[in-house]
Design a protein around this ligand. Structure first.
Ligand SMILES: [Zn+2]
Length: 262
């Protein structure tokens, strides 16, 4: 009874919506249940070279032509418009998702790219940096993930190099969980997110992707050329938790890499 029912419901689905039927078939034949996301990592069998094969949902990781990160070599000088941050100090909510330390942002912080407002959703960190600057990496990189009202994503990247202790990172580092842990609000602790941005706002701009599966494309990337600093001890602490959580650089292909004129 069951197979027949399943086939009949699939057939009616196929008539109504070919894409839905494909999803239903995939759900039936998937080796794990739908709640068990495929395991991906930064090294070994689940490493970046294999991401595209781990799941049908991850195919863009290997087939995509607009992938992130890239080596920021020579940008085309262009009138790329201002990047205006309207970040508010926020109560700290931090999690360790097994791939990085992430701070979730409450509503109210935005970045303006030209005339479009993107709301800050979260920011997180990579060690070492994912982007390269003219072939050279930095110790770390922060990613500030934003979404516009129409669903479009914009990510701002900030390199981090060893130097003075970073006061804006300190409360996050104090609260970050050593092991995978759900989002936790830290009472009485606020984060000055704007203080994590460099003062020199010359930036690179290109169209890219998420740097983790499913590697979704169509994301507007803004990466500042100037790094901010963190103490060697701060960098070491993060590196102890995440010795390597950076995807290797991807080919630029036919994309334009722009550099702001400022
Ligand atoms: Zn990232």
């Amino acid at each position: 009874m069951r197979p027949l029912l399943a086939r009949r419901s699939l057939l009616s689905l196929a008539a109504a919506c070919p894409l839905c039927a494909a999803t239903a078939v995939r759900a039936q034949t998937a080796p794990h249940d739908a709640h068990d996301a495929p395991h991906w990592s930064y090294e070994g069998a689940g490493g970046p070279e294999k991401w595209g094969e781990l799941s049908a949902d991850f195919r863009t990781c290997s087939l995509g032509t607009q992938q992130t990160p890239v080596d920021l070599l020579v940008g085309i000088r262009a009138q790329t418009g201002p990047v205006a941050f309207r970040y508010q100090k926020m109560p700290l909510t931090v999690l360790n998702n097994g791939h990085t330390i992430q701070v979730n942002a409450p509503a109210g912080s935005h970045v303006m790219l030209g005339d479009t407002s993107y709301e800050l959703l979260q920011f997180h960190f990579h060690h070492p940096s994912e982007h390269l600057l003219a072939g050279k990496g930095f110790e770390m990189e922060g990613h500030f993930v934003h979404r516009a009202a129409n669903g479009a994503l914009a990510v701002v990247g900030v390199f981090i190099k060893p130097g003075a202790a970073n006061a804006a990172l300190a409360p996050i580092w104090q609260a970050m969980p050593d092991k995978e842990a759900p989002a936790t609000a830290i009472p009485g602790v606020t984060v000055d997110t704007a203080a994590l941005l460099p003062k020199d706002r010359v930036y690179f701009r290109y169209m890219g992707s998420l740097t983790t599966p499913p590697c979704t494309e169509g994301i507007t990337w803004t990466v500042f050329r100037a790094p901010v600093e963190a103490s060697p001890e701060q960098i070491r602490r993060f590196a102890t938790l995440f010795p390597l959580n950076a995807r290797p650089v991807q080919p630029l292909n036919r994309r334009f890499l722009l550099e702001s004129g400022a």
